[in-house]
Design a protein around this ligand. Structure first.
Ligand code: SF4
Length: 226
């Protein structure tokens, strides 16, 4: 989409001086876009998460709502207490066989389009729990859109996962109700972040403690050691 903006009184000035063409005047007052782009843009920037957690990872998910991390910056602060009003469910924690029917029911109660983020090693695979009572990854019974690894992942990681989900949602193409032709959802295919970031990560010789990542003194020392 392409956007133009003008100050409220600029159009009057332009018209009064009659220095601009009608094309420029029209460009300053209209935003042109395809309807499916507008719908995808709206969906992408207003993802409503379901208030749902399974175990320890949920603490980190809840922390991402606090003022320090402020997930509201990405339009995802409207936490819903019912799956019927939510767009995304974050599976944050260990998925036990016993809980899986309820988790699946909650997912089915969400209205489409709906998305799933698997948060933490337990939800992504099985974490440390290779035992009879734990499902080896929530993708065994739910369609996972984004995997956020870690035990637990930091709130920053969840927010990076949210940004990846937004990118996916913005590029999805879902047929509008009156579209004639193929009706399936076109899902964008993205490479794994491991493939994108792997070479750069392998070159790093010194790991930065997360709490010092933005610390100026640490950065200066890090730069001096290069
Ligand atoms: S990944 Fe780690 S922190 Fe998250 S639920 Fe599993 S054991 Fe807990």
């Amino acid at each position: 989409m392409a956007w133009w903006s003008r100050k409220p009184d600029s159009r009057e000035k332009e018209l009064s001086h009659n220095h601009t063409s009608i094309n420029d005047s029209v460009r300053g007052n209209f935003a042109l876009a395809r309807l499916e782009d507008l719908v995808a843009w709206g969906r992408k920037n207003s993802i409503w998460p379901f208030n749902f957690g399974l175990s320890c990872c949920y603490v980190e998910m809840a922390t991402s709502l606090t003022s320090k991390y402020d997930i509201a910056r990405f339009g995802a602060e409207v936490i819903r207490g019912t799956p019927r009003e939510a767009d995304v469910i974050v599976i944050s924690g260990t998925v036990f066989y016993k809980a899986s029917p309820m988790i699946k029911l909650l997912y089915q109660q969400m209205m489409a389009p709906r998305w799933v983020i698997a948060m933490g090693s337990c939800a992504c695979s099985d974490g440390m729990f290779d035992v009879y009572s734990v499902i080896q990854g929530v993708d065994k019974f739910l369609p996972v859109d984004v995997y956020v690894t870690g035990c637990p992942p930091r709130p920053d990681s969840l927010m990076e996962g949210l940004l990846l989900l937004q990118e996916k949602v913005g590029n999805e193409r879902r047929p509008l109700s009156w579209v004639i032709g193929p009706q399936g959802v076109e899902q964008p295919v993205f490479p794994a972040q491991r493939e994108l970031k792997g070479p750069k990560r392998r070159r790093i010789g010194r790991l930065t403690p997360p709490d010092y990542a933005s610390h100026d003194l640490y950065r200066e020392g890090h730069d001096a050691n290069r």
